[in-house]
Design a protein around this ligand. Sequence first.
Ligand SMILES: Nc1ncnc2c1ncn2[C@@H]1O[C@H](COP(=O)(O)OP(=O)(O)OP(=O)(O)O)[C@@H](O)[C@H]1O
Length: 581
Amino acid sequence: MKNSKNIKRFLKLAFEKNKFVASIGFFIMFSISILNLCIPQLTRLIVDDAISYRKTSFLLKLIFLFGVVSFISALLSVILEYLYSRMQKNVSVKLKIKLLRHLSKLSGDYYTNIKTGNILSILESDIFTLENFGAEILFSIIIDLITASIAVFFLIKMDFDLLILVIALQLFITFSQSKFTKSIASSTSEVRNSYGNIANIIQEYVSNIMNVVISKSSFKFFKRYINKEKKLIDKRIRLDVIMSSNVAIVRVLNNLITICIYGYGGLKIIKGKMSIGELLAFQQYTNMLIGPCINIVRSNTRIQQSVVSINRIFSVLDEPITIKQDNKGNRLTNDFIGDIIFDEVCFSYDEDKTLDNINMTLEKGKVTALVGSSGCGKSTIINLLFRLWDIDKGEISIDGINIKDYKLKSLRKNISIVTQDLLLFDDSILNNLTLGNKDINKEFVESVCKKVDIHNFINELSNGFNTIIGEKGVKLSGGQKQRVAIARALISNSSIVIFDEATSALDNISQKTITENISELLEDKTVIVIAHRLSTIKNADKIYVIDKGRVIESGSHKELVLNENAYYSLINEQKQEFALT
Ligand SMILES: Nc1ncnc2c1ncn2[C@@H]1O[C@H](COP(=O)(O)OP(=O)(O)OP(=O)(O)O)[C@@H](O)[C@H]1O
């Protein structure tokens, strides 16, 4: 039930915009099979009517016709391949985009439990498997059925006894094929899974090669890798043996059919009940019956494999979008001021309450700091602002409007974040700073880079702003990466800017200089800072102290120190650090 529903959904998706191309493809396929069915008749005419009666001009005409039919058939095959190849690629790109878009709409819960390897294998190998499904398999089955039926029609007309013999052997071939196809399918899927596991190990090894070398863990990788490869070798050998046995059996049965045709047919020719041309034509029509029958049985395996892939793809596409936009996402954030209010917000990831009755006001033009011990819920507050999760109770509003009322994309566009877990692309520094947005003024980019003290470094590089920074920014130091990330957040010019441990890799002096330099750019923004180093937030307009998911204290640095409460204790723990700044 689920299978057929998903196949229908896939075919709809595949043919939606390709109906015309698919119809032309079907017509061409049909024409090729009709042309091929003419060839045995031409063979019979050449042997029986032209060669036997020594009619030279008739022979030349027939040979010319044979050549034309073969040429047109070959040409049509190339056109067909072109059409299908285009269509298949379009469908697979469309599916990949659909999957990637859908992933971006899912909730933090999904991202938390996501299996990267699984998603990658859906995006690559499942979509690759499907590239051959759809039009080609579907139409080739129809065409195979038509070809086989027409071949049977001619075979009945030519020699019924011989046909019965051929069909009996054909049934043997079909039976052995269906048995083999099943075991080939299950072996292939085992081999594919093993390849997937090996690919995961290799991916882990290559993408972390520097850490692997430093941590001397390559032995562990090789042990795992060799174990998996050994298992794969056994599976691969088994599959190869099954496949070659299959080919051998089909070859033997095919030869048996040829022996029957030439033996039984030869006797008929000797008795004058059949002509040589008829025997040759019979042999060719027999091939046109056997080939399509084998194709149909084999298509079944490909369909089974495709169904598995289709189901895997739809399992992601059917993942519900739980982060809803209450007004269908009509409200944009163009005139965003950026005053944020958390009103009695409660939230839990699972059974345990992570945030309990949070009340906070974060104003435009002010810097608000969130402090507290590790795991108290600071990053969770930011996750909720981004609506990676929705809150259980209370309300988060921006400019007096519930954040659920804003268009999600627009809301997220207006919040920039600099985290410790930096997202840097293997691209030029400029593209990393502007995220590829060509409308951003280069002078503005340069002025921001000066403020975060990275401009000189960039200019000294051989390709300046066009220098490629390597995977995850590997060619930059920790501090340089953070500077690029801070500059990027400022360049995007969002109304709300969040710094989550954004300066942890910078020394105190650099941190202080950058904070002073960028303060002008942040004047009209709502700034949220999360930092363990309390010296970095002492100038914040308001500080919220969080403990076990509750706000236990709030005020300016001065007020909180005077309170001599939780914040004061935290300051005392970092006394030395404070003394230095
Ligand atoms: N995706 C998640 N799924 C389930 N629990 C989570 C998830 N993210 C965080 N938690 C839990 O929620 C609690 C608060 O985590 P959070 O990341 O908000 O703390 P934090 O104050 O930012 O900590 P740190 O200062 O160490 O970054 C922790 O107990 C953590 O284990």
